[in-house]
Design a protein around this ligand. Structure first.
Ligand code: BES
Ligand code: ZN
Ligand code: ZN
Length: 466
């Protein structure tokens, strides 16, 4: 969809936002939040009126969701061009125009690669605004392009999006931007260098594992470098602890953290903020088969700590910590954020609208939380306590990969405690996106069905404030 900005609407199909308090409302329309009506007016005009509710409660989050819902309505009318009138809302913390464009582009996404007949969609959106400029919109479009990439990678078949394919995507992103470099460890390197946990997780699959490291340097003068590590399990069968039906069908989504890292790097390469960021993808397929790693066995991590594997389905933490340790040792980042579809427990605790946030650093946690509120990719902080750390003590190895607590107890906290054991006192945050990365219900607002690309808007906002 092409986006332009103008002072007066040129298209006959229009989206008009209305608040509850507004005068001159259309007939029989109150402007309540989520209220939508289509009116065919004189001079061949089609106007979609969309309610925003109480203006004092209207935020950029409201506008993004509303724009997402509206664009799908216009698509269903099979219109090709639409003008969107930017509403004037006082005390908005961010640009209304940008929020609308973001919501419309993201809300319009659908995964059509495997459909013979492609749906008809709006191809030109004109934002009608006195205040927003075309230059402001450009970065929003770039942000959305990264999110589209992440969604496509998540939604693609697991037999197409395997570890080497993620590595290839990283190289493509690096090639397209001068500021980004890319290094890939193959299965041979992973074995030789002693990333024993990543190797173990990936060894059951004919699609071998990869460790991908990308470096974006936007501020060469600064010594700071934020490492963003994404879980890239391209399919999580559970391994020998095989997942049952109703749990296994969506597990191509288990590389959503990695997809967000790749999408983010693509955005950094085009928006070019003045920060230094390292993107790490720990890519493996957790397969079942005669070569798969066995429950009960102990494997050695890159950091040297040994881990008793008591459940091969708790594989994400294994792959992640080898990526984290390698990144710390070889690249010395100043802080680490990991994004991972790590636990079913976080879905039970927070549902699909908030991700779990864990951190050993209050300042970082606060900033990430604030970025979540602002962008709409919301977080809720959860604890790591000594009882969680203690539950990972093993009699045979340095750590167990699942806790000793009864089944279902504090699963997200103990998983986070496992990661914490490898971050070496660096400022670190872990974001468990198991509930937010993949939308199994229908599209809502700007959140499309299936892969959501969660984390890119959040981290882009966080990094820009560095
Ligand atoms: N990839 C799953 C977590 C997950 C669940 C992601 C639902 C997306 C939606 C992870 O590898 C896993 O299997 N976790 C187990 C851990 C358990 C064996 C300790 C879980 O959460 O059940
Ligand atoms: Zn698993
Ligand atoms: Zn997993």
């Amino acid at each position: 969809m092409k986006v332009t900005v103008s002072k007066a609407p040129k298209n006959d199909t229009r989206i008009v936002f209305i608040t509850e308090k507004q005068k001159n409302k259309p007939k029989d329309f109150e402007g309540k939040k989520d209220e939508v009506t289509i009116r065919y007016e004189h001079n061949n005009k089609t106007i979609l009126y969309c309610g925003l509710g109480e203006p004092s409660k209207c935020t950029t989050r409201t506008l993004k969701a509303a724009a997402g819902t509206c664009i799908r309505k216009i698509d269903s009318l099979k219109r090709k061009k639409v003008s969107v009138i930017e509403p004037k809302i006082r005390r908005l913390k961010d640009s209304a125009g940008r929020a609308i464009v973001e919501g419309a582009i993201l809300g319009q996404y659908s995964f059509t690669q495997y459909k013979k007949e492609k749906p008809v969609k709006v191809t030109a959106l004109e934002l009608v605004s006195d205040t927003t400029t075309a230059a402001e919109i450009k970065d929003t479009v770039r942000l959305c392009e990264g999110i589209y990439l992440a969604r496509d990678l998540i939604n693609g078949n697991a037999n197409e999006i395997y570890p080497a394919r993620l590595a290839q995507e990283a190289r493509t992103i690096a090639k397209a931007s001068k500021g980004i470099s890319c290094t890939v460890l193959t299965e041979k390197d992973i074995e030789k260098k002693g990333l024993g946990l990543l190797k173990a997780v990936g060894q059951g699959s004919p699609y071998p594992p990869r460790l991908v490291m990308m470096n974006y340097t936007g501020n060469p003068k600064s010594k700071e470098r934020v490492a963003i590590v994404g879980k890239g399990i391209t399919f999580d069968s559970g391994g020998q602890n095989l997942k049952p039906s109703k749990h296994i069908e969506t597990m191509r989504c288990d590389m959503s953290g990695a997809a967000a890292v790749l999408g983010l790097m693509k955005v950094l390469g085009t928006v070019k903020p003045k920060v230094n960021v390292m993107g790490v993808v720990t890519a493996a397929q957790n397969a079942i088969g005669s070569k798969a790693y066995f429950p009960g066995d102990t494997h050695t991590s890159y950091a040297g700590k040994t881990v008793e594997i008591l459940n091969t389905d708790a594989e994400g933490r294994l792959a992640l910590v080898d990526g984290i340790s390698y990144c710390i040792k070889q690249y010395k980042p100043t802080e680490i954020i990991d994004l991972a579809t790590l636990t079913g427990s976080v879905v039970a605790a927070l549902g699909e609208t908030m991700a779990g946030l864990f951190s050993n650093n209050d300042r970082m946690a606060k900033k990430l939380f604030d970025s979540g509120e602002k962008t709409g990719e919301r977080l809720w902080r959860m604890p790591i306590r000594d009882e969680h750390r203690d539950s990972l003590k093993s009699d045979i190895a340095d750590l167990r990969n699942i806790s000793k607590l009864p089944k279902g107890y504090a699963g997200s906290m103990t998983a986070a405690a496992f990661l914490e054991a490898f971050v070496e006192d660096l400022p670190w945050a872990h974001i468990d996106i198991a509930g937010t990365a993949f939308n199994e219900s229908e599209a809502r607002g700007e959140i499309s069905k299936y892969g959501t690309g969660f984390g890119i808007r959040l981290l882009m906002d966080y990094l820009k404030q560095k």
